[in-house]
Design a protein around this ligand. Structure first.
Ligand code: PMV
Length: 352
């Protein structure tokens, strides 16, 4: 067994052994749903590539869109796992399939066992929302049900992290915090839910292209970490942004009156996303996920805030060219007025 595989196996085994899990299905089909999450303070850069350990903590909000996954056992004659995405069988050669099959290999009751995994995204296709986070979280929840484990969400978060880092934050509604952890084993790196709420928060999704992204986040992160001269200051930037937003939420939560400074909150969130993109733009070769439309929307937003300082609409972007606007409900009309032409779609966070 390769070193890579041994380390991954050990990371899964930690949960399997410390909780004495049995690999005997308790039902024929298990089904689970998990939300998409949008990082407000981003995860960018790993301290361990093999078991997805991040260099920094990150903070996200869950959306009322997500992924539903059904797990069952494949017929005995099946030689590989059968994977269906939105009703269509996925080629075993695709990267989607390979990543999932590798993940499932740690959950087989015996070597000949094959799974059927049916995944449906209620995230519209090409919505600009990466569905790997909700996908791995939903898959992990379904496996948990299939084997009747009833693991605590923090353990499911740890296991989902081994599929895709950001999946660790898709186990919860509302705000989540993924702790980077300190240990090399990664046993202290999982997400926790935060009690704060912002019921009037809205997200505006703008898809800027239907094209696939040019480079995976896994590869882009690693190139940025290794070659970007701006990357050295990134962990400190995240630390500062995170403590500022968490402090604001904590203070607001402990007060009875709602006097939350959304302008400051939104500015920090936007600055965090722009800082992340700056680190990757400075990588060698440069990683520029943005397209003309991304820039047009950003210019429109910056101009809008300059001309109307009372407008509190902010942008965040992940490893792709799409834009997610953050705003409060009372500003929905302005969002529609100014961003309707870019095809903005308004989505609610998931609070319960
Ligand atoms: O979990 P991954 O490998 O898909 O990486 C996600 C990276 C970002 O979406 C850009 C940031 C984040 O924290 O989700």
């Amino acid at each position: 067994m390769s070193d890579h595989l041994l380390r991954r196996k050990a990371a899964f085994q930690y949960i399997f052994e410390t909780t004495s899990l049995k690999f005997q299905p308790v039902c024929d089909v298990a089904q689970a749903w998990a939300p998409v999450n949008i990082a407000l303070i981003k995860y960018w850069g790993k301290r361990d590539q093999i078991i997805n350990l991040p260099l920094t903590d990150s903070f996200s909000i869950a959306l009322s869109l997500g992924t539903r996954t059904r797990i069952s056992r494949a017929p005995l004659a099946a030689v590989h796992d059968i994977i269906l995405l939105n009703g269509k069988e996925v080629s075993s050669e695709s990267s989607f399939s390979r990543k999932l099959v590798e993940y499932l290999s740690f959950f087989r009751p015996d070597d000949s066992w094959r799974f059927v995994v049916e995944t449906e995204n209620d995230v519209p296709t090409a919505s600009g929302l990466a569905s790997s986070a909700s996908g791995f979280a939903a898959c992990m929840k379904a496996l948990d049900q299939f084997f009747g484990w009833n693991l605590p969400l923090e353990k499911l978060s740890y296991l989902a992290r081994l599929g895709s880092g950001s999946a660790s934050r898709s186990l919860y509604s509302g705000f989540s915090l993924w702790k980077k952890g300190e240990l090399d084993s990664g046993i202290d790196s999982y997400a926790i839910p935060l009690p704060y709420k912002m019921p009037n928060l809205k997200i505006g999704l703008i898809v800027t292209t239907e094209e696939e992204k040019s480079i995976s986040s896994r590869e882009a992160m690693e190139r940025t970490r290794k070659t970007s001269p701006l990357f050295a200051s990134w962990p400190q930037t995240v630390q500062e942004h995170l403590s500022q937003v968490l402090e604001m939420l904590r203070e607001n939560y402990s007060r009875s009156k709602d006097i939350f400074d959304f302008k400051l909150f939104g500015s920090i969130v936007e600055q965090n996303a722009l800082s992340m993109h700056a680190t990757m733009i400075a990588a060698q070769p440069s990683i520029l996920y943005w397209n003309q439309k991304t820039l047009e929307i950003l210019h429109c937003l910056f101009q809008l805030r300059k001309q109307h300082p009372e407008i509190e609409i902010y942008a965040t972007m992940d490893a792709g060219p799409h834009i997610k606007l953050l705003f409060l409900q009372h500003q929905e009309e302005e969002v529609m007025n100014f961003f309707c032409r870019f095809g903005v779609r308004i989505v609610d966070p998931l609070w319960n």
